[in-house]
Every structure is written in structure tokens, then in C-alpha cells.
Design a protein around this ligand. Structure first.
Ligand code: PLP
Length: 497
């Protein structure tokens, strides 16, 4: 047994072993797991935003691949020296940027198990467990989020891919690209940019991707949608798909899905519901209203790799009729045929890739090792924290909450004097957000709303407790008032203990 491998790379190269043995992996794996545990423990002390300049990380990495094995200790030292400073710490309790991007350690173990199994998902027969555990865990989450048993789920890499797949199915349901008149896709002005991208990739003409006006809560206006569809039909175009957002990226607005599906039904239009971040909230019975109307849609996606906390890449796509996917994406090469065809799910026909990873293990480990009760408690904690922060902001002179706080995101603006507006207000907003982010003590995201900059505080990192939100609120006020602020030192001296 070669127990000393990580520190004796010379021996490995000398004996001409082409690859790591299981025993060597055992030793190295323990060291790496220790490194991960140490790293996670120290994240709260690291600057939240990465401060590296473009090219700095690449300059710190060898220009050519090593001819001979290197010691693990050297690779880990480079992780500390080059990689850690080049990562914005989304697992930090002080991360309030973009959206929660949790990577629960339970799901990291599932990812490791998936890699360790090295299963190849190209057909049910190549790894029956890969397909069947995926069927089971997508059913678990279907039931946990209150969807009916009419839905079948699959795991995709991202919500962007899920939307593309949905729009491909919608395209064919509407008669395909070569069916004559142009096909039209509808979404709100607040829909995620991935909708536009998916529509173009699916072959729709950008001129016929319609962005429908929103109401004062930034939710799609059904009357405007109905009018747009009627106008397209009157002019001979073919409405093909509506993408409804449940929890927009900007403000977590919720489109009225129930009204949207009614309008869609009049014209036989496919409805895809994008709940990328917000879907996790459906685990809470009191938040089930977010899913009102979804049962009437054709496809529904959300990302456990956001707020729920299953490590990237874990995006769920549910459809009521898998046949709509299979009709577009099935392939039947002779080398993949087996006696079980026709009796089993062939996930390759439900999406674009042939070879699929055993992603279901990430969810399986996450849900089994953390348990649903703890996840629910954490989601509720985050909703409470958002309500608390919104209340502080509203009570503070000069500060404003600029969009309804539906979930865990609080959109704020600060005006040092009431008359400040336009470019000057934008400059002030970008300036105080940059002061917060440059301090390394927290990270928030400025974003445009109604043509002006505001700051999104997206609460929901696994480790964020009330006192972290409290500290952020103090930091925001200090930054906006131009007061002195502390800062978190560079993370470069970090090394595993
Ligand atoms: N849809 C919404 C509402 C989002 O907020 C996001 C990510 O921010 C996406 C889609 C894209 O997610 P993914 O990175 O999984 O493609």
C-alpha cells in the first residue's frame, strides 16, 4: 500500500504508474477533504469579492502541463495562493450578491460520490441507477414543492438550458420553424436574459421575442400579453411560447401564471415557468401561492443550485408531457439499443446531451444528509431576515425599498438629499455599493430598475444569520454616508492548517 503518496511524487513517477491508484486516492482524498473543511471554516475571514485583476490568476499558473506527477501539497498550495483569491466567496455569510449560490457540504459529498462512481449516463442500460435515482429525487422535489403527480422531472445543468429545451419543444408544438409564418415568444421586460438567449438558440427570430410591460410590482401585465398575442395572430404570426417568471432576477417579481395559462390556452401556446431562484420557496407551505397556476403550464424549472443549496449544476425541468421533448430530441443509434428500450426512461431524449452525469446524487445526498426540515428552517430564516432588513431601510431617513419584498431580496436606494436624482443619484448609488464591495466585508449587487441604479441585497447564503444582515446594514449606512469603514485583509496568506 502506498500510503505516503502525496509527499512522494518522485516515487510515483519513477515506477511509471499511469494513474492514481485507489490507495493513493484514499490518502490524497483525505487530505483534500481536510483542505475543503478548513477552507469552509475560514471563508468568513476572507474578503467576499475577489480582488484579482484580469490575467493575474493565469499568470500564477504554470504555462505548460507537468510532464511528471507533482506532489499534492504543491497543488493545494497553489489552490491557496492562486485560486482562493480568484474566487468571490459565494459561501460567505456576508455574500449578498446576485442570488444565493449555495454549495451545501452534503451535496459536495454527493458530487464526490458521483465522480467516484464514474457512471456514464448515455442510456438507461449504461447506468440504470443514474436514471432511476434521478426519477426518484425529481419526484421527491415535485412532491415537496406541491406539484401534482402529472409532472415528470429531469436534471439539467442550468435554468438556461432548461429554458432552451422548453422553447425547442414549444417551437415544434407550434409547427416548427418551417411551418410558414414567424413564431413568437413572449416574456416580461423583467425576464432573465437567458430567455432571449434560449429563443435565439432555438431558432426564433429576435424580432419576434416580445417583452411585455409589467405592473407596479414588476410582474407581467396579462392584459398587455393578451393584446400582444391578439395583434400577432391578427397579423398572421404564430404565438409559440410564453415564459413566465416566478421570482425575477432583479426584484423577485412573480408573474400571474394563472392568468397567463388562461390566455395561452386560447391560442394553444406553450407556457414555460422560470422559477430559477424562487422555486426553493415552494418547499414552504406558506409560500405555495408562488406556484398558483403552474399546474396549467407545460414546463416548469427551478435551480436547487441557488437558494436550496445543492451544488452547481443542478437545475430541475418538469414537463407534463415528456413526449413533447422526446418528439424533438430523441435519437436511436444502433449501439445504444437494448432489450429494455420502451420500458424505461431514456433521459438523453429529454434534453441535448447524450452523456449525462450522475447529478441526482448531489440532491440525494443533500436531502438525505441535511433533511428537509433544516432546509425549510433556513429558508424561513432568510425570509425573516429580508423582512427585518426591509423594515430597517423603510424606517431610516433617506433610504427606500424600491420594489416589493416578496422573497429574500431587498432592493434599496439611498438619497443623501431628497432632491438628488438622475445621474447624480446613480453615481452615489454605484459609489456606496462599490465602497461596500471594496471593503471585502460584504458583497451586494447594483442593478438597473426603471432606468436608474439601485442595490439588490440578496439574502440566502447558508451561513447568513441575522447578525450578518445587521452588520451589512451598518456597513451600507457607513458607505452611503462616506464614513470610515473597516476592511477585510487579502485572503492570500490563507493556508490549510
Ligand atoms: N432565470 C432566472 C430568474 C435567474 O435568476 C437566473 C439566474 O440568475 C437564470 C434564469 C439563469 O440561471 P442559470 O445560471 O441556471 O442558467
Amino acid at each position: 500500500m502506498v500510503r505516503t503518496w502525496p509527499d512522494h511524487a518522485d516515487q510515483a513517477s519513477a515506477r511509471m504508474m499511469p494513474c492514481m491508484t485507489p490507495e493513493e486516492f484514499r490518502v490524497a482524498g483525505h487530505v483534500l477533504v481536510d483542505w475543503i473543511a478548513d477552507h469552509r471554516r475560514r471563508i468568513p475571514d476572507l474578503p467576499v469579492a475577489s480582488r484579482v485583476s484580469p490575467g493575474e490568476v493565469a499568470a500564477g499558473v504554470a504555462e505548460v502541463a507537468p510532464e511528471h506527477p507533482e506532489p499534492l501539497a504543491q497543488v493545494l498550495a497553489d489552490l491557496d495562493r492562486v485560486v482562493v483569491p480568484g474566487v468571490t466567496q459565494t459561501q460567505s455569510p456576508d455574500f449578498f450578491g446576485w442570488f444565493p449560490s449555495n454549495a451545501s457540504l452534503a451535496s459536495v459529498l454527493g458530487d464526490l460520490a458521483s465522480g467516484g462512481l464514474g457512471a456514464l449516463g448515455i442510456t438507461w442500460a449504461s447506468a440504470p441507477a443514474l436514471t432511476e435515482v434521478e426519477e426518484v429525487v425529481t419526484d421527491w422535489l415535485r412532491d415537496l414543492t406541491g406539484l401534482s403527480a402529472a409532472w415528470r422531472g429531469a436534471i439539467h445543468d442550468t435554468a438556461s438550458s432548461a429554458c432552451l429545451v422548453a422553447l425547442l419543444a414549444a417551437r415544434e408544438q407550434a409547427g416548427g420553424l418551417h411551418g410558414g409564418a414567424p413564431l413568437v415568444v413572449y416574456a416580461s421586460t423583467q425576464a432573465h436574459s437567458s430567455v432571449d438567449k434560449a429563443a435565439i438558440l432555438a431558432g426564433y427570430d429576435r424580432r419576434y421575442v416580445r417583452y411585455i410591460e409589467v405592473d407596479e410590482a414588476y410582474a407581467l401585465r396579462p392584459d398587455a400579453l393578451a393584446a400582444a398575442i391578439a395583434a400577432d395572430v391578427a397579423e398572421g404570426r404564430r404565438p409559440a411560447a410564453i415564459v413566465a417568471s416566478v421570482g425575477t432576477t432583479g426584484t423577485t417579481a412573480v408573474d400571474p401564471v394563472a392568468s397567463i395559462v388562461q390566455i395561452a390556452a386560447r391560442y394553444g401556446v406553450w407556457v414555460h415557468v422560470d422559477a430559477a431562484m424562487a422555486g426553493a420557496a415552494l418547499l414552504l407551505p406558506e409560500m405555495r401561492w408562488l406556484g398558483d397556476g403552474v399546474e396549467g403550464a407545460d414546463s416548469f424549472s427551478w435551480n436547487p443550485h441557488k437558494w436550496l443549496g445543492t451544488i452547481l449544476d443542478t437545475s430541475l425541468l418538469y414537463v407534463r408531457d415528456p413526449g413533447a421533448l422526446v418528439r424533438v430530441m430523441s435519437s436511436d443509434p444502433s449501439y445504444l439499443r437494448s432489450a429494455t428500450d420502451g420500458q424505461v426512461t431514456q433521459y438523453r431524449d429529454w434534453g441535448i446531451p447524450l452523456g449525462r452525469r450522475f447529478r441526482a446524487l448531489k440532491l440525494w445526498f443533500h436531502l438525505r444528509l441535511d433533511g428537509v426540515a433544516a432546509i425549510r428552517a433556513r429558508l424561513r430564516r432568510d425570509l425573516d431576515n429580508a423582512r427585518w432588513l426591509a423594515a430597517q431601510v423603510i424606517d431610516e431617513p433617506g433610504w427606500d425599498v424600491v420594489a416589493p419584498v416578496v422573497l429574500q431580496t431587498v432592493c434599496v436606494r439611498h438619497a443623501p438629499v431628497p432632491e438628488l436624482g438622475g445621474d447624480a443619484l446613480d453615481r452615489h448609488t454605484l459609489d456606496w455599493a462599490a465602497r461596500v464591495n471594496d471593503s471585502g466585508l460584504a458583497f451586494v449587487t447594483p442593478s438597473l430598475l426603471d432606468g436608474g441604479w439601485m442595490v439588490r441585497v440578496s439574502i440566502g447564503a447558508e451561513s447568513t444569520e441575522r447578525h450578518h444582515v445587521h452588520a451589512l446594514w451598518q456597513l451600507m449606512r457607513d458607505a452611503a454616508a462616506g464614513r470610515a469603514m473597516g476592511s477585510r485583509p487579502e485572503g492570500r496568506s490563507f493556508s490549510a492548517s
